[in-house]
Design a protein around this ligand. Structure first.
Ligand SMILES: [Zn+2]
Length: 136
């Protein structure tokens, strides 16, 4: 990948990381307010519901920020744009559509074929784990 393209991706990731970190702070502040109201019985259900919604949002965001940081690391290392599985260059069109991609199209398709085989069971399990961690 040429330097201009790489710079463009780095800028994109930098700004994504900035806005994600900013969101993270807002959610944390919201959480503080939430926990103060926790023992108000009337609002209990609403608060729980809101919290779990925020939790889900937060989990998704922190997952994404990990990907963004991983991508920035790959840019530093000079491996950005290479497929994790086969080492070939990831198609530029794919990177532009999905900048955090770490697999080329054919390896991704291969992975999705394998995942769809296990998907339902595993997704269910991980949701259950997150749930029990929170309420244990
Ligand atoms: Zn590949």
């Amino acid at each position: 990948m040429n330097k201009e393209k790489l710079k463009k991706f780095k800028k994109l990731f930098d700004s994504q990381r900035q806005s994600l970190l900013f969101n993270d702070r807002i959610v944390r502040e919201d959480f503080g307010v939430c926990s103060d109201d926790r023992y108000d019985e009337v609002d209990q259900a609403t608060t729980d519901c809101e919290q779990s919604m925020r939790m889900r949002l937060r989990n998704r965001e922190s997952l994404y920020i990990k990907k963004v940081e991983e991508a920035l690391r790959r840019i530093e290392e000079g491996t950005f744009g290479e497929c994790d599985a086969c080492g070939e260059d990831i198609e530029l069109r794919r990177l532009e559509a999905r900048p955090t991609a770490t697999l080329c199209v054919s390896c991704k398709e291969e992975q999705e074929r394998k995942e769809s085989f296990h998907a339902s069971g595993r997704e269910h399990k991980s949701m259950g784990e997150a749930f029990s961690r929170k309420y244990a």
